[in-house]
Design a protein around this ligand. Structure first.
Ligand code: MRU
Length: 337
């Protein structure tokens, strides 16, 4: 594959300039199957359907899809821009998606139109920068953790969710390697089970011992004294440090404060949205209630049943002790410009 240098063993996105391949994350850990696509709308559908997910990973996918769009549109700039509009709308909360699409639009502007080869270089650069940011964050985040600490993480923030070794999970893997992290707990993360399917799969591939808990066990785990830190990723960080991330993150931050634990958020600067003063303006994606019934083992919504399925929440900055980006660790009061 014509990929940027990939030192990590797990990868979920491959692109050779003509064909985009995505590891179908809906099937993990039962099956490792790749889907191949040559058009931008297939990629937009894959993002919406969670074939690929995680804020940086969907940004990288959209960047590669913009190359596919340029090949399809053969110089028709209006058609290319329309394809990028559709990609941008695939999911609303993670700012990395619109950030990557904006970078591809800027690149086309600088090149006098959507030139596929220039766009390919730009997309590879977005991917490469994410790999580098992941490495820098792993070091900076691990350095904050006292030797032998227990940690709890949420959702999936590893190689599957990014271009490199991951955000929060990169810190956890590095912290484990350095002996700073002695115990890892992963929330199952309902209803899509990113924790018990994807984080568990990644940690087992990395050889890091872990235990999965149901979200409802988080308070008891914290009260038991087994964890010192909660470490999560982010989908969008406002200028004041409010953090949008997978639903349940806010609950963990409240619990962590109550139990005197520290709360770390790990995300590249492509996840920071400095235009947004606070988290109040973040568009929270709501997905089909069918996902909740499926997680309950039901094929469809039983008559008379109803559900609400917001898939992200906003943790107020006052509950966050540390935000790690590739520039290093930031502490309150946060101000991202
Ligand atoms: O719905 P998902 O699986 O795309 O949600 C992913 C998350 O919330 C992650 O925690 C976040 O994107 C950070 S991943 C590096």
């Amino acid at each position: 594959m014509n990929q940027p240098d990939r030192p990590n063993v797990i990868e979920a996105i491959r692109f050779d300039g003509e064909r985009l391949q995505l590891l179908d994350q809906r099937l993990l850990p039962a099956r490792e199957a790749w889907l191949e696509m040559t058009g931008p709308d297939e990629a937009a559908r894959a993002i919406a359907d969670l074939v690929v997910r995680g804020a940086p990973a969907i940004g990288i996918t959209a960047a590669y899809a913009a190359v596919l769009a340029a090949r399809r549109c053969k110089g028709d700039e209006a058609a290319w821009q329309a394809a990028l509009d559709r990609l941008e709308r695939a999911r609303p909360t993670a700012v990395n998606l619109s950030w990557a699409v904006a970078r591809m639009r800027d690149c086309a502007k600088r090149s006098g139109g959507p030139d596929p080869e220039r766009l390919f270089s730009e997309a590879r650069e977005i991917h490469r920068q994410d790999i580098e940011a992941n490495r820098a964050m792993a070091e900076a985040g691990a350095a904050q953790i006292e030797p032998g600490s227990g940690v709890l993480t949420h959702c999936n923030t590893g190689a599957l969710a990014t271009g490199g070794i991951g955000t929060a999970l990169g810190v956890i893997a590095e912290g484990w390697r350095q002996g700073r992290i002695g115990r890892v707990f992963a929330d199952e993360t309902r209803p899509w089970l990113q924790g018990s399917r994807l984080t568990a799969w990644e940690l087992s591939q990395l050889g890091v011992p872990f235990r999965v808990i149901i979200e409802g066990a988080a308070a008891s785990l914290m009260a038991s004294g087994q964890v010192a830190w909660v470490i999560t990723g982010a989908d969008r960080i406002a200028a004041n440090g409010d953090v949008a991330n997978k639903i349940g993150t806010y609950m963990l931050a409240v619990l962590a404060r109550h139990h005197g634990l520290r709360f770390m958020v790990v995300a590249p600067s492509s996840t920071v949205d400095p235009q947004l003063e606070s988290g109040r303006g973040i568009d929270i994606e709501e997905r089909s209630p069918a996902e909740i019934w499926r997680a309950a083992g039901l094929e469809s919504e039983p008559p008379g049943f109803a559900a609400w399925n917001p898939v992200f929440d906003v943790t107020p900055a006052e509950l966050v002790d540390c935000i790690v980006t590739e520039a290093g660790a930031h502490f309150p009061p946060f101000h991202f410009a």
